[in-house]
Design a protein around this ligand. Sequence first.
Ligand code: C2E
Ligand code: MG
Ligand code: MG
Length: 556
Amino acid sequence: ETAAGPAIVAVGNIVLTTEDLVPPASPPRFLVFWKFMTPDYVSAIGSKFVVKNLAFVPQDKAAPGDVLVTSAAGETLGAMQWQDRRPGDLALTNVLPKAYLMLMLLIGVMAAIAVLSWRQYRLISEREARAQRDAREDALTRLPNRNALMESLTALLLQPEPVAVTFVDLDGFKDVNDTYDHETGDRLIMAVAAGLTVLTPEAHLISRIGGGEVVIVHAGQGAEESAKATAARIISFLGDPVEIGGRMAQVGASIGIAVAAGNAATASEVMRRADVAMYAAKSAGKNRFCLFDAAMDNSRDETAEIASELQRILAEGRLEIAYQPIIDATTMQVAAVEALARWPQSSQLKIGPDRFIPVAETAGLIDRLGEAILEKACRDAAQWPGIRVSVNVSPLQLRHPHFAQRTLAIIDRCGIARNRIEIEVTEGTMIDNIRRLQPLFETLRKAGVSVALDDFGSGYSSIAYLRELHFDRIKIDRSLTKSILSSEVARNMIQATGLIAAGIKAQVTAEGVESGDEVALLRLAGCSEYQGYFFGRPQPASAITESLAAKPAAAA
Ligand code: C2E
Ligand code: MG
Ligand code: MG
């Protein structure tokens, strides 16, 4: 025990190890070593001899089993203490890092597998969810689709409360798709879908079931009123052009509403009625809504009746024509007549061309109707020398591969000069295919038949049609003429039409002229011909013959 704590001391007598030398005669010398038993030193010994936690502790801390350290005098100084080694400890110490590494690897692999299978699971469940969504959702707008609609409608119709189905058909949608591109069409549909969702907070369901078709369902008391209010809101909402990607697009809507209550009709029957009502709204002039009533079903039956009767009429050659005089602006004399198809007076049905022409088109009778009118008009024209005869031609007729040949053949057969015949085509025709129409129109014009653009200003007019197709005449639509007195815009447009016509060397005829005041303004705009009730209504051939024989009248 020293002042600095216990120390180990070793003392050795220094002696010569060979006998060859003689030790000096001096007092003996000693070599003394000591080491203080500091904790560091003791633990260094421990690690050197692989004794765990070796330490030197004071005597009072000594435990049984410790090795007591005594001084040379036999006095206890303290004790050496260490942790007992268990069998296998050493092996464990050596193996542990490797085992640890293995364990880490194993955990890593397990984790990787877990992550991968979780991903796989997520993918599969996402795919499944998507498939389920796709079966019930419209991919573009994420609105419920027809499946979801029919399911929910079926459930609603089992309840006693009324259900109102509102069928919305976007009128200009197809045009936007054709005029711009599908992406713009898609954006439009999304914009409209978003708008409809906002406009119909009380709706039970909004569903997109086709291109431009959206169905809104109202359920419960007041469903019909909500449906009507919604329809009115939609029409006024769509009245404004929508901006999509920097372009303005205008769509309107034809809306049909059908109401059913308490198991009185199946889901598909209610849908059919809403569809029929929608068609009624469309044929009534679009941008409106109609409530289904049973008479509409009759009108469907009537369509079939018209088609079969038209077939008989054509077979018997009984279709009639009314001729409307067209007045030359300079001479104020009758310069031409327009042949307008008329349903025979003798028939039970009283219908106009606006009804039976579309039926003829859908029933595949339009070619026969067109040829019947042309032939009759050519024969009648023989009585009116020097008068041009205008005949309307449906876009579908222009698709007939032999339209030009057959038209010329009919004219020639009747023995009338080709240059006395003009065909009138509407703008809607042009959207079809300018490239196909170009050679057709050229053939006709070279043969002497002139071509007029009918109803100009009533649809989607394009300068391209006028530039690429050669027209001899532009006929200003009645709707524009009607506004000439009240609207400066209409006046400007008619004026501009006159300039465009001059640019393409075409004449301008104003349709639907009903007053002398209109004539004065149309004259200023440079119209070369007038047609309308002011000068004469469509009338039988005999009446035209009479008025031409009498002194040709300038007005009424
Ligand atoms: P459209 O070719 O534009 O014929 C002019 C229409 O305007 C005629 O109606 C005529 O009666 C009407 N109209 C003429 N002047 C006035 C007026 O001053 N005021 C008013 N309010 N109306 C006037 P309509 O005869 O009912 O014929 C309607 C449409 O049916 C025609 O329009 C034409 O597109 C079509 N159509 C008539 N006949 C034929 C035909 O033989 N073949 C084809 N494909 N279409 C025809
Ligand atoms: Mg016409
Ligand atoms: Mg017209």
